[in-house]
Design a protein around this ligand. Structure first.
Ligand code: SAH
Length: 235
């Protein structure tokens, strides 16, 4: 059983979008994963196919209706569907590589993309939606966030990455940012590749990369080092 993604959206044309190309696109064609966009508007009850209304309590913008969303979710993910139900949301828990790995190991995901000011709180609770954020900024809709999440998941699926080993050394997998990378030419605008990397001494190279990764992480993301410390001391 391959990873099955169902995306609930007002813009199904945005899918697979960028995920139809390159690594993810080839994996999609090969059946390593599947993607089903669902038009939320198809679950509206009125002639005008209304999916949103003004916020209770007043204020700017519109809110997506709980009843319409619940119908769309129940259709896309009937009872017994083992897949987690995610709501892309700036209020959610920030997406991490650890969560991406868990998702990639599971049966798939049902992903709800918000628009306007967001969705009625009651559908989040009634359908047990897990809110997931892709960062501390506001997008105009959940679709680009869903594409980001799926891109991160799909590259981890079995057989998708040509060189499977390269997945393990990447930033975050070790709790550290990745060391700097170099390739030919040997001299670029007068800048040399560090000698150690052309020395052929694999132990020295490994040590240099490790030191670089630690320095870089301390400088740019001390929060990652603190989190790493906390997990090694608590087991
Ligand atoms: N009024 C909301 C923002 C709504 S943005 C607030 O202030 O919290 C419209 C939709 O875009 C959201 O419902 C969500 O689905 C999506 N979205 C916006 N920013 C996001 C982010 N950082 N991560 C994930 N989804 C996001």
């Amino acid at each position: 059983m391959s990873f099955r993604a169902t995306v609930l959206t007002l813009y199904p044309e945005m899918f697979p979008g960028a995920l139809g190309l390159s690594l993810a696109g080839r994996a999609l064609e090969a059946g390593a994963w599947s993607l089903e966009p669902v038009q939320i508007r198809d679950f509206a009850a009125d002639r005008h196919r209304t999916v949103d209304d003004s916020p209770a309590g007043g204020g700017a913008g519109m809110v997506m209706r709980a009843d319409v969303l619940a119908r769309a979710i129940d259709h896309a993910s009937p009872q017994g569907d083992p897949r987690p139900r995610l709501l892309m949301s700036p209020r959610g828990r920030p997406l991490t590589q650890a969560r991406v790995r868990e998702l990639a190991a599971g049966p798939g995901a049902v992903i709800l993309c918000g628009r306007f000011e967001g969705v009625d709180q009651r559908v989040i609770e009634a359908r047990g939606l897990e809110e997931v954020s892709v960062g501390d900024f506001i997008l105009s809709g959940g679709e680009p966030a869903a594409l980001v999440l799926l891109d991160a998941v799909v590259r981890l699926l079995p057989g998708v990455m040509g060189n499977a080993a390269s997945g393990d050394e990447e930033s975050f997998e070790s709790g550290l940012l990745e060391h700097p990378q170099y390739t030919r030419p040997q001299v670029f605008e007068g800048l040399q590749i560090p000698d150690v990397l052309t020395s052929g001494n694999h132990a020295r190279i490994a040590r240099w990369r490790r030191e670089q990764a630690e320095m870089l992480t301390a400088e740019r993301r001390p929060d990652l080092l603190a989190a790493k410390e906390a997990t090694t001391t608590t087991g």
